[in-house]
Design a protein around this ligand. Structure first.
Ligand code: FES
Length: 73
């Protein structure tokens, strides 16, 4: 949903990473802060904060899924 406009504050863009976690760069400052607050697990990243260097497989975090959207994973 990107409720905060990509500022790393809302976590509505949270991804659960199933493959390719090593293709992400290091945590951004907002991600580090959210990990400290236990709002971001080790296999989760914020889409608005990441740059990729390879292929990944992700799913939308359960709490961020829209009820009217059908998800493949
Ligand atoms: S859009 Fe709000 S944390 Fe990514």
């Amino acid at each position: 949903m990107h409720a905060c406009g990509g500022k790393g504050k809302c976590t509505t863009c949270k991804m659960v990473v199933h493959e390719g976690l090593d293709t992400f760069g290091p945590d951004s400052e907002p991600e580090t802060r959210l990990r400290g607050l236990e709002r971001l697990a080790e296999n989760e990243r914020l889409a608005c904060q990441c740059q990729l260097t390879g292929d990944i497989e992700i799913s939308v975090a359960e709490g961020n899924k829209f009820p009217h959207v059908e998800y493949s994973a």
